[in-house]
Design a protein around this ligand. Structure first.
Ligand code: FES
Ligand code: MG
Length: 567
């Protein structure tokens, strides 16, 4: 009987079905729910409010709007909390806790009696964590994002978190901005609720969620404070309630074709490097592996169409006004797999056949007039990165694309912090800065790959220098920076063998990063390599013991799905 469906699914763990139902109804009664309500199917709402997560400030009103949609469609909404990850408030890095949130989400969705779920996230790691959890739980799910911030104003220009944060801090360090102005800027960078206002990781993951089909069409870029955001939340509730009669599971949505579409749009929007790791983790939950050669082929044939910071000029509010993901998908149509479906059950072909007004061609360019002819991100090989590395060519300095230089090595994050601003640091602008032991196992893979320009060089006016590491960088950062080198130094990847004074060659043309030292010498150095000591207790011990390398998404090895199908 349909009326019992919601509660019945959760009762399968119990020997005495009738007794369990009776017991659950008794306890639900204590929450003030009538029998009429308890007979309805249930839509869970995974909510993530936190006073340590500014990006989720609107959670209450979003939950209310989702609940309204669920109720109107005849189901009972039940909101429940999971881990919330506020990017800037977590130590040592939010990345470490993405898998914790993914496990929390998966287990709570599976353990509690719900027929479908709406997942509400927004800040960098929360959307990938929810997608990973939903993909594994495989209960019908809709992803809803909190949406991006609006920009602030300062002396005639717009400010948005957090590319402009870095820009003003660099000016402050260089003495171009004084104490008073930096304090004013501080109060104008993040002035509304929502996630970062540029094409950083949060925006990129919101777009990926929509392209995968896990979010409602047209909703990725709606600003957090816009009325459309609440309408989207209400509709998410309605769609989730509809799953009771016509379920669509994440496994039907997150297919190899959907992942490939997501990868293509990631290139076209010139998205965050972090999204490559997160998409690999989400895909890995469905047994789909992103192959580096496929990634490069997609990058080489997909133009950058979106002109947003950190690489370009605009902000997410402009992207939304210009038509958002729907506009990008229409331009890319000939390159996309049109047989994928989204949470509404429609195919991408059906979505794109609908009439559409192109509003602003400056922010989302036509295919024939792109921002650049090739995608923003590529994977690198070479003897320093046998399992791969990531390079954001769109955010790098073309004059440094073919560089051979002397390595200046920092052995750890502590070593970097200690010596980077030493006035006697032996480094020149044509050297290559190397950071070791900042990978997933050694350090939880923090956003340390954006090594600061040493003070001595910054004062000489040096704006960019080749930097390489096994770390990540913020999606809002830029520079000629090789990231995610795998295997990481801590597990004896060749990165561990680099010594100050060695020669290193970066070739973007050949998509390679090489240590110009004879292979026998590299092997000899690695024999004496010592891994840093791993944490011994708690979650950090589990993390260090079971986290995979970047190409596998830094997921736990026991959470990925076996039987990989390569893109
Ligand atoms: Fe949450 Fe940037 S701090 S998205
Ligand atoms: Mg970020």
């Amino acid at each position: 009987m349909g009326a019992d469906k919601g509660i019945a699914r959760g009762l399968t763990n119990y020997g005495d079905r009738d007794f369990a139902l009776y017991l659950r109804r008794s306890f639900a009664r204590s929450m003030g729910l009538s029998r009429q309500m308890l007979d309805k199917p249930i839509v869970g709402i995974a909510m993530t409010p936190s006073d340590f997560n500014n990006c989720h400030r609107t959670m209450d009103e979003l939950v209310e709007a989702v609940s309204r949609g669920v109720l109107a469609a005849g189901a009972l909404p039940r909101a429940f909390p999971t881990t919330s990850l506020g990017e800037v408030f977590l130590n040592p890095t939010s990345m470490v806790y993405r898998n914790l949130m993914a496990m929390d989400t998966e287990e709570m969705v599976r353990a509690q009696p719900m027929d479908a779920v709406v997942l509400i996230g927004g800040c960098d790691k929360t959307v990938p964590a929810q997608l990973m959890g939903a993909a594994s739980a495989d209960i019908p799910a809709v992803q809803l994002v909190t949406g991006p911030m609006m920009t602030g104003r300062h002396r005639g220009e717009r400010l948005g978190a957090c590319t402009d944060c870095r820009r003003f801090w660099a000016k402050y360090r260089a003495g171009e901005v004084d104490d008073e102005e930096i304090a004013t800027v501080e109060s104008r960078l993040a002035t509304t609720a929502g996630s970062c206002a540029v094409m950083g990781t949060a925006s990129t993951m919101a777009i990926i969620a929509e392209v995968l089909g896990m979010s409602l069409p047209g909703t990725a870029a709606i600003p957090a404070v816009h009325a459309d955001r609440l309408v989207a939340a209400e509709t998410a509730g309605t769609v989730a309630a509809g799953f009771v009669e016509a379920p669509i599971r994440p496994s039907e949505i997150i297919t190899p074709h959907a992942v490939e579409n997501a990868l293509r749009v990631l290139m076209a929007v010139s998205g965050s490097t972090n999204a490559v790791v997160h998409l690999a983790a989400v895909a890995g939950r469905r047994g789909i592996r992103i192959d580096a050669e496929r990634l490069n082929a997609i990058s080489d044939e997909t133009p950058v169409l979106v002109d947003l910071k950190p690489v370009g000029a605009g902000y997410m509010e402009d992207f939304y006004a210009a038509g958002g993901v729907g506009a990008v998908l229409r331009e890319l149509r000939p390159l996309l797999h049109l047989d994928t479906i989204d949470v509404t059950g429609r195919t991408l072909a059906e979505r794109l056949d609908e009439p559409f007004d192109f509003v602003d061609r400056a922010v989302i360019r036509p295919f024939a007039d792109p921002v650049s002819a090739e995608g923003g991100l590529i994977a690198l090989g070479g003897n320093l990165a046998p399992s791969g590395a990531i390079f954001k060519r769109a955010a790098a300095t073309p004059a440094l694309f073919e560089t051979e230089g002397r390595a200046v090595v920092f052995e750890s994050l502590e070593d970097l912090a200690k010596r980077i601003d030493d006035p006697d640091l032996d480094i020149e602008a044509d050297d290559i800065m190397v950071l070791q032991n900042a990978g997933p196992i050694a350090a939880g893979m923090p956003e340390a790959g954006y090594l600061p320009i040493p003070k001595r060089l910054a004062r000489q006016g040096v704006k960019d220098i080749v930097r390489i590491s096994d770390a990540r960088m913020s999606g809002t950062a830029f520079g000629t920076i090789v990231l995610h080198i795998a295997p990481e130094a801590a597990v004896g990847g060749p990165l561990a063998a680099v010594r100050t004074g060695d020669r290193i060659r970066l070739s973007v043309r050949e998509k390679s990063i090489d240590l110009l030292v004879p292979e026998a010498e590299i092997a000899a150095r690695l024999v004496t390599h010592r891994s840093p000591e791993a944490p011994k207790r708690g979650y950090r011990a589990l993390y260090a013991a079971r986290v995979s390398q970047a190409p596998e998404g830094c997921d736990f090895d026991f959470l990925t799905m076996e039987g990989a199908s390569d893109l």
